[in-house]
Design a protein around this ligand. Sequence first.
Ligand SMILES: Cc1cc2nc3c(=O)[nH]c(=O)nc-3n(C[C@H](O)[C@H](O)[C@H](O)COP(=O)(O)OP(=O)(O)OC[C@H]3O[C@@H](n4cnc5c(N)ncnc54)[C@H](O)[C@@H]3O)c2cc1C
Length: 484
Amino acid sequence: MSTKAYDVVIIGAGITGTMTAFQLAKYSIKTAVVEAGIDVASGSTRANSAIVHAGYDAKEGTLKALLNVKGCEMMSQITTQLGVHYKKCGSLVIGFNNRDLEELERLKTRGETNGVKGLRIIKRAELAKMEPNVSKDAKFALYAPSAGIVCPYDLAYAVAENSASNGTDYYFEYKVDKIERDGEYYVVCSEDKAIKAKYVINAAGCYADEIAKLINDDLPFEIIPRRGEYMLLDKCEGKTAKHTIFVTPNEKGKGILVSPTVDGNTIVGPNANIVDSKADTGVTEEGLDEIANGARRIVPQINLKAVITTFAGVRPTPTSGDFYIQESEKCKGFIHAAGIESPGLASAPAVSEYVIDILKKAGAKLNKKRKYIATRTKDGNCKLFYDMTEAERRKAIKEDPRYAIMVCRCETVTEGDVVNAIHRPISAHTVDMVKRRTRAGMGRCQGSHCREKVAEIIARELNIDISEVLKFSSNSKLLMGKTK
Ligand SMILES: Cc1cc2nc3c(=O)[nH]c(=O)nc-3n(C[C@H](O)[C@H](O)[C@H](O)COP(=O)(O)OP(=O)(O)OC[C@H]3O[C@@H](n4cnc5c(N)ncnc54)[C@H](O)[C@@H]3O)c2cc1C
């Protein structure tokens, strides 16, 4: 059997890989994305704070600083183009004493050097007006109006779906374990499968160092897994904070925040603890205590009884402290996009352009496509019932009566939404894939009422037995067998 040939293979379907695929899909070249997980956003992109940082945090002159500010500026256009929820809510770094104030002044200067616009130090009276629930001990804050919030996996789905609609191939459960040379091609293998490409982009997040080793290359730094734990509060507490609120940073980083989410919840976290395994996304009692205490420093009256779920993500922290986006010195045409820790989400649009510039310099011929689909999917039909206007809802129900059948009451998700998610370019064929695309199961009851209904719809639409439906990945069947 001949090995399918591409111009570019991207390893990893996190935000770095999918955003690069999205930008590459504008050119007439053949691209594939290979992903170890069952879905897009299986790594750090799935579980993070979801903040589009303004760019005052990264050290002056670093790649992080450059790409964060540019990525933040680009976010509005991309999210509007693809219909992704994004809100420029602004961020506040609060300070409690004069030492904090000095640090805030330093951050402001750094931000201005990095090119962040509109930064201001505000005093207690203005802060209290902007954030009525903030601690009375907070005396000042650095206000960054350009910071925003976005749903990280929805952004990754949107750019992946757009690139798939424009001809990019996606291979899931494709864990790259060997890379060989075949003339001008790299043969990218996973168990007994192989595809080949002239150019490879290593966007494997925490595992980018292991991918580098497959071509006998060594990244000039180590990737340390640093876990961050979170609590998510019910929408009834969605007005706890109007902006993303941080405390003045310390040596561990930006620290614990309290922030609204684009979907109307409040998010609290993360801590930052080194873990032994890059896959350790477990949540601990001590971790939750740590973030609860951190959150109470910001909003003393925060209602943590309203927590509906907890989760954790692992940062691919580079010991060098900066993003590393470079063509391998040993292997021409092999580009590393590694060490992409925070603000990797905010920076992703600019990271992808940076990668493409390197590809061009490496010799890739990139000519603009004549027929480019600008929307998320070919027919542009992926708006959720929840987001539709009354007129749009009536039209959707008229065209497909399944939009009148409610599946998830907490999040107003209809059968029409679920069916649409299953049949989109990157099919949602597990319960969790449907959950992340439609929000069915993300509300107060966390799926206790809709999980079975979603499983039934998946089974029906894919013509499989319900016992075959998975929750998140292989070996995660929902049903063990029949009892009656
Ligand atoms: C706790 C936490 C908070 C954060 N908060 C923010 C924030 O508020 N704002 C912000 O801008 N950034 C934030 N970040 C950083 C941001 O999440 C990351 O920078 C970004 O998600 C990195 O994306 P990526 O695509 O490079 O990596 P990932 O999302 O990890 O994607 C890499 C992909 O490669 C796949 N892969 C790995 N090995 C292989 C292999 N051998 N073969 C095939 N595929 C493979 C993985 O399965 C994974 O899907 C945070 C991160 C964490 C963990």
